[in-house]
Design a protein around this ligand. Sequence first.
Ligand code: GMT
Length: 373
Amino acid sequence: MKIGITCYPTYGGSGVVATELGKALAQRGHEIHFISYSLPFRLQHYHERIFFHEVEMVTYPLLEHPPYAITLAAKMSEVGAQVGLDLFHVHYAIPHAVSAFLARAILGQGRPRIITTLHGTDITLVGNDRSLFPMTRFALEQSDGVTCVSRYLQGKTREVFDTHRPLVVIPNFVDTRRFTPEARPHLRDHLAPHGERILAHLSNFRPVKRVPDAVRVFAQVRARLAAKLVLIGDGQDGPLALHVARCLGVERDVIFLGKQDDVESLLAIADLILLPSEEEAFGLAALEAMSCAVPVVATRVGGLPEVVEDGKNGFLLPPGDVEGMARACLGLLADPERHGEFRTAARQRAVSHFDTSLIVPQYESYYQEIARG
Ligand code: GMT
């Protein structure tokens, strides 16, 4: 098939999923056209059958805010006509599903078909905002197919938009041959030169991720044993996280790496990953860590319980329960045998439930179903 994929190209789970999906589909013989304002960050190298179409921002003094949704729609219709796309697969409803609707209207033949994949905050925060609610709802109703990354998000979408349209759950996935437990002793020695335990956190550092809680949990762990906290990613709450680290006197043991491409190497050297989010439709960072055999200490919110099995490959606690999360970390780190069992179980779960080879065919079948109408 010829598939146009639109996503946010910067660091963020929805862009990662869209890019990895495009790469996997191209490997399976499909022709993939990414349409976005810049090259998705995990698409830096050349891949056969993958093309990138840049949406250029229109600037003019009158246009204080460049009308991205419209220029995106124009580019989508142009690519759709030029290459004869079968499908627009848009990731994150706002504004991508609206742009797809406009592009299809311009092309005027009910084609390409539109599939919208919902990722979380497009429903729980952004699309739920009163000013965007009617537009998000309209775009969902106009999509030929809608997928959600978890059962939780499926339920939430039904509840928020009071919609009866079919919503198919296709969970996120991970390339378990790339995200492996393979030892990287040099990297470990570099970040924890005295054999300290390594706790990691990976996110876009938005308030919903509660990154300062990760630092608070770490401070309690650090009070009992030698450890380092490796922060991967950056965003609004980066400075606040560092401030909390300073206030708690652990700043020397908090390593703020910022945005990184090679997350698989960094995750693989961690003993635990901390995800104290307020809300998480799926928790891709948890899955990527699990694939590297890293147990997860996270919050029992959203779709995380569909990924992490409490007491088996991680621990799930209420948001804000810093003491509980610190206790869970200390308990596991103090018991090497149990830690080893959790590591094995984490890897097994990623391989047996969420490997690329299990999930991408689900998208392919769905594409065929939608293309048949
Ligand atoms: O996390 C965000 O702030 C936005 C969003 C994104 O585009 O990265 O993340 C969502 O999509 C990911 C990929 O499907 C999910 O793994 C995340 O759980 C989800 N984030 C939230 O629901 C907060």
